[in-house]
Design a protein around this ligand. Structure first.
Ligand code: SIN
Length: 280
């Protein structure tokens, strides 16, 4: 497998002829590369939705994907689609987040396949929360190890947010009261496959911190955590080409889909792989 690193901190382009026919050994290697680099891009892949589901199953069983109505023929595939006529509507993934981190066991990996790409814009940004952890001072590392994040989809998918999602003509995002539930996860987690420490924060879903008493201090710390974990020096920005297949490790990264292509169509097919409860 030919591997090209994309930055000094994260991201790799991995060249394989066809992910549909990878040997078990090659699949394990691709999985390990996804964990090591946070995100891998495999160019020139042509997968039908069913083939993407079959490929994803080799990484693990499908994760539960709430709030977003899946493709009617392939219930494990979410069509991330913005039509040219949707203009400046808010796009799916348009805020820094880790997929469904509000679940008890958030997805381990996400697979995103580029089907239709605008002539410019629509890039995706990832940030390494392993690099963000490593950049903390020893005293911050021990202070944050005492804290927990309260993850909730309330400011993304509770009924008050329905209007923001209704501008997409081809994605049916259904907000409901279950978004007000929450899960508490350690702020510092240990990656279950690499054993590396991760600063497990994302602003979209971490809505509170357990362990900081003073409210003003908490607001300040959450803003600092957002700015720190999304610092450009920890990230990679991908300009898509049709046929790119991205596999990212949802346990150690967060990501953001840019919405700068009003008037053009963008279609991606997304599958998510079940994960495990984040542990300290
Ligand atoms: C997502 O957040 O899963 C979507 C990312 C993208 O469309 O680039």
């Amino acid at each position: 497998m030919q591997v090209e690193r994309l930055t000094g901190v994260m991201g790799a382009r991995v060249h394989v002829d066809d992910v549909r026919v990878l040997s078990d050994g090659a699949l394990e290697e691709l999985r390990a590369l996804s964990c090591e680099h946070g995100v891998v891009i495999v160019p020139n892949q042509q997968l039908t939705p069913l083939e993407q589901v079959e490929f994803s199953h080799r990484l693990g069983p499908a994760a539960d994907s709430p709030f977003v109505e899946p493709s009617p023929d392939h219930p494990e595939v979410i069509k991330v689609l913005k039509e040219a006529s949707d203009g400046n509507a808010f796009n799916f993934g348009g805020a820094w987040h880790s997929d469904f981190s509000f679940q008890p066991a958030p997805p381990s990996f996400t697979v995103l396949h580029a089907i239709d790409i605008p002539p410019y814009g629509g890039d995706t940004l990832w940030s390494s929360m392993t690099a963000a952890y490593n950049a903390l001072s020893p005293s911050q590392q021990s202070q944050f190890a005492e804290l927990q994040g309260v993850h909730s989809a309330r400011d993304a998918y509770s009924p008050k947010m329905q209007a923001i999602h209704s501008g997409l003509s081809s994605m049916n995002i259904v907000c409901d009261d279950s978004a007000n539930e929450y899960e508490v996860h350690p702020l510092i987690t240990t990656h279950p496959e690499t054993g590396k420490k991760v600063l497990f924060f994302n602003r979209a879903y971490v809505r509170d911190l357990v362990g900081v008493q003073d409210d003003a201090e908490k607001v300040k710390l959450m803003e600092w955590l957002h700015l720190h974990t999304t610092d450009a020096k920890f990230g990679y920005r991908h300009k898509w080409t049709v046929g790119d297949l991205a596999i990212w490790d949802n346990r150690s990264t967060q990501h953001y889909a840019l919405n700068d292509y009003a008037g053009f169509r963008r279609e991606m097919h997304r599958t998510t792989i079940a994960g495990e409860r984040p542990l300290p």
